[in-house]
Design a protein around this ligand. Structure first.
Ligand SMILES: Cc1cc2nc3c(=O)[nH]c(=O)nc-3n(C[C@H](O)[C@H](O)[C@H](O)COP(=O)(O)OP(=O)(O)OC[C@H]3O[C@@H](n4cnc5c(N)ncnc54)[C@H](O)[C@@H]3O)c2cc1C
Length: 252
């Protein structure tokens, strides 16, 4: 296989992380809006639960990069899986929709800073479909007995993709039906957050969502009494705008 593109190697060197040209070794339709892409490559790319990777994708005549959380990783086979939302039009979703076994893709990682707040008595994961990979991998890393609560908005009933957890983990899952609301309307998730029963103790919340929705969710969590230090949050995309070439939504 040819080595990764020079710009990929330079980027990884600048960020102090790893780069590899990975092979697509599998794909799977998880739901109408979510596709799993299985990559084979340097196992150092994936990092701890909560981390993501940057993939180099085509954007017309040019290249750009998009970030996707690692859903699972198997160090023994050097394989890892990404769960990519494919229900909108963009260079990243096009790559994921069209990915087939045998293709390669430049990957840089691990990226990101959010990890599990070890020791918290409960963990609350809130967001849209793009949050599933990070939320489920983080929840899988909770030491049992522990507690995971998911409040996730989905565009379609068939997108309620679940995961199997250690039986020692107490799990509550709430899927919020988006109905005819837009993906940047926070009202569904905010009202679910207002209603959800939170266990006693100083838990930790994780918010992965569209930029405006993430802002509203942080405010809703603060209103539930969570201090800022107990909320890890990351804007994953911005309504009506392409993410930038570094894979991040542009700032206001
Ligand atoms: C750290 C990090 C981790 C991420 N992890 C994941 C992950 O595990 N799985 C995942 O699917 N995404 C994840 N994302 C989000 C993903 O990178 C963005 O959704 C990205 O915009 C997709 O690129 P694109 O080329 O498909 O669309 P872009 O070119 O960025 O945008 C094109 C258009 O589509 C809209 N759009 C972008 N994303 C969505 C969406 N999800 N739903 C509806 N409309 C959208 C934009 O507003 C724009 O109008 C992550 C982002 C970050 C920063």
């Amino acid at each position: 296989m040819p080595p990764a593109h020079r710009s990929t190697l330079d980027l990884a060197a600048r960020l102090g992380v790893h780069a590899d040209r990975c092979n697509v070794v599998g794909t799977r339709e998880l739901s109408p809006s979510l596709r799993e892409i299985v990559l084979h490559g340097d196992p150092r790319l994936v990092g701890e639960p909560g981390r993501d990777v940057m993939v180099r994708v085509r954007d017309g005549e040019r290249a750009t990069r998009r970030r996707y959380s690692v859903r699972w990783a198997d160090a023994s086979t050097h394989r890892f899986g990404l769960w990519v939302s494919v229900a909108h039009e963009g260079p990243g979703s096009t790559w994921a929709r069209e990915a087939v076994e045998g293709q390669h893709v430049d990957v840089v990682g691990p990226r990101g800073k959010i990890g599990l707040a070890a020791g918290a008595p409960w963990h609350l994961f809130v967001g849209d479909l793009t949050a599933l990979a990070a939320a489920y991998r983080l929840a899988e890393s909770i030491e049992t007995p522990g507690r995971a609560i998911f409040v996730l908005e989905i565009p379609d009933d068939a997108d309620a993709v679940t995961a199997a957890f250690d039986p020692g983990l107490g799990v509550t899952g709430i899927f919020v039906d988006r109905r005819d609301r837009s993906a940047s309307d926070p009202t569904g998730l905010v009202s679910a957050l207002t209603a959800v029963e939170l266990p006693p103790g100083d838990g930790h919340a994780y918010v992965f969502a569209e930029a405006g929705v993430a802002r509203a969710l942080r405010a809703a969590l603060a209103a539930r009494g969570l201090p800022e230090a107990a909320i890890s949050h990351k804007s994953y995309w911005r309504a009506g705008r392409h993410n930038a070439d570094n894979g991040e939504p542009e700032r206001d």
